[in-house]
Design a protein around this ligand. Sequence first.
Ligand SMILES: [Zn+2]
Length: 79
Amino acid sequence: MPSKNGAFVAVWSRDNPDTGEAEFALEPEDFEAIRQGYGCASCLADFNGVWLKKCPVCGEDRAQSELVVSQWWTSRSAV
Ligand SMILES: [Zn+2]
């Protein structure tokens, strides 16, 4: 999915009513880009193909790949 305004677009998102945390899902290719370090796992900034250790948008250090969980791009529907 093409990024919008320099950020990846979640195909699905919600606020978890139990934990209050934001949950979202990404397209598989967007997920892969973030997992490989070409996007921010925190604010979803798209680095446009540039590998950055630290996000220029929110300042977040790149998430460890093990923190990028596969359920982000499962296209489940909100319950
Ligand atoms: Zn960020």
